[in-house]
Every structure is written in C-alpha cells, then in structure tokens.
Design a protein around this ligand. Structure first.
Ligand code: SF4
Length: 332
C-alpha cells in the first residue's frame, strides 16, 4: 500500500433485501483515495454511488448487507471494525455531509446548540470553548454573521447557509476524509459554485481528502482530480479528470460526456432516466444501451483492465489486447 493511501475500496459488493428478494446495489466498486485527493464518484441514480459511500461509514439501512470486499482505512478493514472503533471513525476520522441539510440539522434545535453539542462530544472541551470553536468554524466556512447564525433555527437559514453549517460541523473534528453526497444538488447555480469553491479551499488549507458524489459531470470537472464512473453497481471507468474528460474510453463514460452540453435541454436527463432494470446480473451493466455491444458482451462480464497508469476500464473492447475494439470505440 502506498504510504499516501488513506482509503481503499476493494471489490465491494452490497445487496438490499426486501419482500421481493435480493437486489445487488453494488456489484464491484473499487477505488483508492490518497491524501489530499479530491475524488469524484459520478453516475446516474441507482448506479450504486451513494450506497458505496454510505457503506464506507457502515450507514446502510437494516435491510442492506455487505456481501463481499474490503474497505481499508490506513490498511484497517472498516467492515471488520467493532462498535467502539466505528464510533471513533464516524464524524471524526471520516465525516459526511448530505444533500438535504434541512433534515440533517435537527429542526427543533438552534444551530448553536447542535454545534456545541457535537464539538463537546468530538473534542471533549467545555461549553464555552465549544462555542468559541463553533464561531471560528462558521467564520472559516464564510458565514460572516456567525453569532446570529448560532442563534438561528435551521429553517431560518438559506439552503447555502445551512450547507455551510453542515460543512463547519463536519470540519469540527478535523477529519482526514470528508464524504460529500450531492452537497450542491438542491442549490442554485451561484450558491453551488460558492460551496464547491469552499470545499476546494478547505481541502487545500487542511490537506484532507474529499470524496464528492454527484450525478453532475460539470461539478466533477470544476473540482475533482480523479473520478470513478459508476454504472449499474460497477465502477466502469476511473482515472484522472483529464483522462475521463479528454480521453474517455468506456462507452458509458463517452455517452455521459456527450450529453453534457445539453444539460437543461433534456438530453442528459433522458439519458439518465433510461431503464437499467433488464440487464443481466453477470453481464456488462451498459449492455442494453451500448451501440458497440458484440457477441462476447452477451456472454460474459467484462474484466477490469488497467489501460494506463491508474486508468481502469471495465469493457470487453477497451482492455489490454482489445486493440481494434478500442480504436473503433474511440471514433465516436
Ligand atoms: Fe458495450 Fe460490451 Fe463494452 Fe459493455 S462490454 S460497454 S456492452 S462494448
């Protein structure tokens, strides 16, 4: 393991169990997070990106079960941690913020009460010291009237302000990793840009690693250094932002990127809404939508191949030795 490696997700498989049976939400998620990385996980709804990251903190619902794989935090498997080890990991070593800041903050508590309680629990300081730290944290995330914000109830703050409060709370324990699950989806474009800028700024100042989950490739392009593209429970391509945006190889990645300029015009949304439910569990997750599909795609799951240093692709036509297939695919 590289000494800069903070987190490794290896061959992760997660299923949900309902009255209708088992649904494999994550079939093979694999990626590595290094110190100071800004890492994006992108994919449509149901691709497994949120389940993957919630599993990192073992926050899945009761009907969710990890079927296989490892999640190594500095080499230690989170999936094997006991309750006490998990408590010291969650919100301290690895913090998480969500899209819905209004639900995440307790509506009957003033922001200050919630922050002071969290800081006292995480940092073991007096009430006065916790309040002082809360004020400093709010100022650090760009809230100028921090005193007033501490006295406010969540519904009295704007969506952007609430997301800043969530980020301040996540930063209170100086986490090594911050997981941001669609943090800007509910915000308008201007506020979205401010929040992304804030995350970038905090990452540079603290050196923490950030995992950003989003369905929006534009957000990834603005912020991330590396990206994993998920489709149907698999990471189908991962690499640097330059590799994914300038030299995409997997047909699904190419289709996602091709639809980008039409965001707002409907094409991207239509692409995302197409039905994934019919594909076979053991075949390529993009098979039913892929215009390059060949006989081999109907018969076996493509392996994950490294086509360049750190650039991984899961496609029969894109792996090592695929030669002609990759060339044909790149002519789109
Ligand atoms: Fe298309 Fe086959 Fe590649 Fe899947 S494995 S993306 S079906 S070419």
């Amino acid at each position: 393991m590289n000494q800069d490696t903070v987190l490794e997700v290896k061959n992760l498989q997660v299923s949900f169990y309902t009255d209708l049976g088992e649904t494999q939400a994550v079939k093979d998620a694999e990626f590595t997070l290094e110190k100071g990385d800004f890492f994006g996980i992108v994919g449509e709804s149901g691709s497994g990106k949120s389940v993957t990251t919630k599993t990192i903190l073992r926050l899945g619902p009761k009907n969710c079960k990890v079927k296989g794989g490892e999640i190594l935090f500095h080499g230690k498997d989170i999936l094997k941690m006991n309750d006490s080890e998990l408590r010291s990991l969650r919100g301290k070593e690895i913090a998480m913020i969500f899209q819905d800041s209004l639900s995440a903050l307790n509506p009957v508590y003033r922001v200050g009460n919630k922050m002071v309680e969290l800081i006292r629990r995480n940092n073991g300081v007096s009430r006065e010291e916790a309040r002082r730290q809360a004020l400093d944290l709010l100022k650090a995330v760009g809230i100028t009237d921090a005193e007033n914000s501490l006295r406010s109830y969540p519904h009295e703050l704007s969506g952007g302000m609430r997301q800043r409060v969530m980020i301040a709370m996540a930063m209170s324990s100086h986490p090594q990793v911050l997981i941001a699950d669609e943090p800007t989806t509910a915000l308008d474009v201007t506020i979205q840009a401010q929040i992304l800028h804030l995350l970038l700024d905090l990452q540079k100042k603290t050196g923490m690693s950030i995992i950003l989950i989003t369905h929006d490739l534009g957000v990834v392009a603005q912020t991330c250094r590396k990206v994993a593209v998920m489709c149907g429970g698999y990471v189908v391509e991962s690499g640097t932002v330059e590799e994914i945006f300038l030299e995409p190889v997997h047909p699904y990645t190419k289709a996602l990127i091709a639809s980008m300029p039409k965001v707002g015009g409907g094409a991207f949304e239509q692409f995302l809404e197409r039905d994934l439910s019919e594909h076979s569990e053991s075949l390529c997750p993009f098979l039913n939508r892929c215009k390059y599909a060949q006989d081999i795609c109907e018969n076996s799951l493509p392996p994950c191949s490294e086509i360049g240093p750190g650039h991984l692709v899961r496609c029969h036509l894109c792996g090592k030795g695929a030669g002609d297939g990759r060339k044909e695919n790149s002519n789109e």
